[in-house]
Design a binder for this molecule. Sequence first.
Ligand SMILES: Cc1cc2nc3c(=O)[nH]c(=O)nc-3n(C[C@H](O)[C@H](O)[C@H](O)COP(=O)(O)OP(=O)(O)OC[C@H]3O[C@@H](n4cnc5c(N)ncnc54)[C@H](O)[C@@H]3O)c2cc1C
Length: 396
Amino acid sequence: MDFVIDAVDRQRLEHARELGATEVRPVGLEADRLSRPIPVDHPYFVRCLARGEGRTRWAGPGAEGKKGPRSERSTVTNLLIAEEYAYWDRGVGVANPGPGLPEMNVLALGTQEQKERFLGPFLAPDRPRWASFAMTEPGGGSDAAAIRTAARKDGNQYVLNGAKCFIGNASRADFILVQATLDRSKGRAAQRAFFVAQGTPGLGPFKIEKKMGLRAYESTSFSLEECRVPAENLLGGETRRDEREGFKGAMRTFNAGRPGIAANAVGIGRAALDESLAFAREHKLLGDVRVRDRIEHMARKLRVARLLCLKAGWLADQERPNIVEASMCKAQAATIAQDAAAFGMELLGTVGARGDHLIEKLYRDAKAMDIVEGTGQIQRLIMARSLVDFPRDKKE
Ligand SMILES: Cc1cc2nc3c(=O)[nH]c(=O)nc-3n(C[C@H](O)[C@H](O)[C@H](O)COP(=O)(O)OP(=O)(O)OC[C@H]3O[C@@H](n4cnc5c(N)ncnc54)[C@H](O)[C@@H]3O)c2cc1C
């Protein structure tokens, strides 16, 4: 395995560090203290666009196989940058404009016309633009095969009915890729994804959730009531060969995302450890062997999590299966991030408990890393199944 990155990517990492200190941390703290997502018209987003952020990886019409405006990097580099960004503020990373979570699914399964219609505006965005991926429902998010949002065909339209919750950037998104079922009795095989453009009658109202952490971006609940979309908005079109692609596409999004979430968690954990170390140094606590022992423990576990994460990324770069590693690094990193933040809270005592120290924010932010894109329990289920070769469809 080789995790070495070249000079260009090292420079990108350095740039992420500078940006993190000067832009990302301050805007993240502002959103956290105000307890509301960064507003759509915040100058921070205008600066993101001016820096060339918020664009798609898609190369554009007639340019298949060429590089898109957001240049490709190795997964290993992406993970290192994801870690660095989250060190400064993980919520801001998700708030940033761009085609976000659904992009990979659209690139993998979307028709040429769908890429043009939905990713086209992200080639050279005239304003900050977002996209959103909606799977989770009020009835539960872990069992993705059991979603209830229904889609029925009516002439040359699909009609969607259901409710989604905790969906990132939904109210500001140009489009939401909504996971729905054509027939609940058929389980995964009947799942499909639909592009729902903002403003479609029957979409909404939107309610921004109150969140304990990661407050810089909006997590939103909304309903779909007799919400009609053209048949061309079925991801991949109606002539897709594999009818299970709808479910597999959503799972692909999660599998690819897990090492990124793990990298984010390592970043949060590192920030918590740095805050603890700075406090211990300032208050002359490093002479206490118990404090040194805990610091060593956190640093070692964070290193393990980062290496697991990079291995999952390296396998992805080799186009080799990484499902166990992706779950393993997420389960490990989310746990150690929470431990590192909890240690900081213990060490800082009343200073942390007052609620205005960064360590307290990191403590709240870290918890979400164990929930998003599959909870710790679900990661352990996936690993245990894969390790003993237990078929997914067999009843436990
Ligand atoms: C900050 C944040 C952002 C999010 N962003 C998005 C988004 O953009 N799009 C989106 O679709 N969703 C999003 N989610 C939702 C997230 O994916 C779900 O919260 C997650 O999948 C868990 O679902 P749930 O909360 O409904 O918990 P449930 O599925 O109800 O589970 C409750 C508890 O039971 C445990 N559990 C469930 N099943 C099992 C089992 N079989 N064995 C053992 N334990 C089990 C779970 O681990 C959990 O602890 C977001 C969530 C958060 C907190």
